[in-house]
Design a binder for this molecule. Structure first.
Ligand code: ADP
Length: 582
């Protein structure tokens, strides 16, 4: 019952399955103890009846009261156990699931995030897990436990009087058949609801992210109209879904309770025909007050269990993804980066075709080429942010695809145009380069990266909070922080994406100075956007349409009179044009 299939169906961890087992066990015990209590009450009634009739007690009344007290106590204890086993343990499961999903995402190749919407992933980790929490805590244990205990009680009732037992219990299987039969419609409705919810969160995210553009182009009204439409749609789908499952759940509950009427009908009929004694019907009437109760809790939430299937499937989809794995040791002979006939495609879009080159240790290798020629893609492949489609990339002779990306990346520093900063202090943002670095090491790196001067001018110096994604800093300052990070890390390979956003002259000089400290004796792969800055590179790879067009030192390439020469001339012309227009 609680095998691998069950675990996958409800996206449970191993511990979660154990918890459901515990919840089921205690639910069975609780239900049986309660039924035991009902039986003692019945005994008490019979005793009283007999005393009234012929002054003859069937059993010592005091003993019955003691038994009753024992059952009340047992019921109290078992309810507490059931509560901890169902509600109490589930919070740990929620935490563990979120952590294991996040761990999985951390190990996925970047290509996955390229295809997948981030709002969708957030919805899985937060929304879907929340929805499952209800199912794990309120439904699984209760439902399974109630089925088992009702089965056991049903056997006793059948032995006692099969006619009344059937009259009392027929509604249970019918109600559940109806509910499980309705699944087809309710799960479709919940899928529609999920999609509508994601459209709303996407819309909100998009509006907030682009608020500046939206305002500056006077599009606020149009954008909000679109967003309101999505919210209305979500509401409509939600009401429809609730209505649908409400109808089925209530119908099931009514059918189950029709058992009361049939028991009275069959019972009175049997009494009239002299087949049973009134006390037997009385026993069944007492039982009936409790027999449906265990299902009440789970019945109301069973619709949620069906809806949860969509959530569980979405979680399992993440669990089942192939992670970028590899050896956890990386001992290369030097740090030359070598591309051997590398091809790469983003989904179906071929971006690199048969690219081969070497970026030597201790040298600066510049990648140049028109926009979209594949320069950034080369840099990302070199760090195994994506896996190559064909060919191999080696570092110090080792195929990087055979190394765990996390281990591999400890040998890389990346200074990209899009500097990612966190809403924390400047100090902590730099310390990201090296876990556990001392404050002194952080300050030293900051000084070497020309950060010190602007940081000292900030109100709290290195402790200044920089706001979400560093919105309070200029482009050049952000880039210098990322250089400080890289300096602190001091990795043997540096991947560098030159800033295209025009830095002012002062900032540019400061960034260049900071870089010159960083790049000494490293393997540097440098994505150059301005021809001026590649003059000092040791080697240039010219890419065009994803292929290596030219390769050599700056002077060799200039003499070749090819694409590189042309690009240098073009930039000279545009610089001259700027000067003339000034
Ligand atoms: P460059 O750095 O030379 O400007 P890129 O390597 O960024 O070129 O891009 C090369 C090609 O790959 C472009 O056509 C671009 O549209 C495409 N591309 C880049 N990044 C992605 C991505 N994340 N998903 C899909 N296509 C991409």
């Amino acid at each position: 019952m609680f095998g691998e299939k069950f675990k996958r169906k409800y996206a449970l961890t191993d511990k979660g399955v154990q918890n459901v087992k515990k919840g089921t066990f205690w639910t069975v015990i609780v239900n049986i103890v309660v039924m035991g209590g009902v039986s003692v009450l019945y005994l008490l009634m019979i005793n009283l009846m007999n005393i009234l009739k012929d002054n003859h007690a069937v059993m010592n009344t005091v003993l019955i009261f003691i038994l009753l007290a024992v059952f009340v106590l047992l019921s109290y204890i078992t309810h507490i156990q059931q509560y901890t086993a169902t509600y109490g343990l589930v919070y740990g499961e929620v935490k563990n699931t979120r952590i294991s999903l996040a761990e999985k995402l951390r190990k996925l190749p970047l290509g996955y995030f390229n295809k997948k919407d981030i709002a969708d992933l957030t919805e899985t980790i937060m929304g879907d897990v929340n929805r499952m929490e209800h199912v794990w805590s309120h439904v699984l244990g209760y439902l399974h436990g109630s089925f088992i205990s009702t089965g056991i009680i049903a056997i006793f009732l059948l032995i006692y009087d099969w006619r009344l037992a059937i009259a009392c219990l027929w509604g249970v299987p019918v109600a559940f058949t109806l509910l499980f039969g309705s699944r087809k419609w309710t799960s479709k409705a919940s899928e529609r609801l999920k999609k509508a919810a994601i459209r709303v969160s996407d819309g909100i995210q998009e509006t907030l992210e682009n608020i500046m553009e939206i305002r500056s182009t006077n599009q606020v009204e149009r954008y909000l109209q679109g967003l309101y439409r999505k919210i209305d749609e979500h509401e409509k789908v939600m009401i429809k879904g609730e209505l649908l499952s409400g109808i089925f759940v209530n119908a099931a509950s009514v059918i189950m309770r029709l058992g009361v009427a049939t028991t009275i009908l069959v019972g009175t009929n049997l009494i009239v025909h002299g087949r049973i004694d009134f006390m037997i019907l009385f026993l069944f009437l007492m039982v009936i007050t409790r027999i449906y109760a265990p299902f009440d809790q789970s019945l109301a939430l069973i619709a949620e269990m069906f809806v949860s299937q969509v959530s569980a499937n979405r979680m399992m989809e993440i669990y089942d993804l192939q992670v970028a794995s590899g050896k956890d040791t990386f001992e290369p002979a030097g740090h030359d980066i070598e591309f051997h006939h590398v091809s790469f495609a983003y989904e179906n879009n071929d971006v690199l075709k048969d690219v081969s080159f070497i970026a030597k240790e201790g040298e600066v290798t510049a990648l140049v080429g028109p926009s979209g020629s594949g320069k950034s893609t080369c840099a990302k492949l070199a760090a195994r942010l994506f896996d190559v489609t064909n060919g191999i990339i080696t570092v110090g002779g080792i195929d990087i695809n055979s190394v765990d990306p996390e281990i591999l990346l400890s040998d890389y520093s990346m200074v990209f145009q899009e500097v990612v900063l966190f809403d924390d202090s400047i100090k902590e943002n730099i310390r990201l380069g090296k876990r556990g670095a001392t404050d002194e090491e952080v300050y030293k790196a900051a000084k070497a990266a020309n950060c010190d001067e602007f940081v000292q001018k900030l109100p709290d110096g290195y402790d200044t909070q920089i706001g979400e994604n560093g919105t309070k800093l200029s482009g050049g300052e952000r880039q210098r922080i990322s250089i400080a990070r890289a300096l602190l890390k001091d990795a043997p390979i540096v991947l560098l994406d030159e800033a295209t956003a025009s830095l002012d002259v002062e900032n540019e000089t400061k960034v260049q100075e900071a870089l010159s400290t960083l790049l000494v004796n490293k393997t540097v792969l440098f994505i150059a956007h301005r021809m001026r800055t590649v003059q000092s590179a040791d080697k240039i790879i010219v890419l065009e349409n994803g292929k290596v067009k030219e390769e050599g030192t700056p002077s060799q390439l200039y003499e070749m009179n090819g694409l590189y020469h042309h690009m240098v001339d073009l930039q000279k012309e545009s610089a001259a044009w700027k000067v003339e227009n000034n």
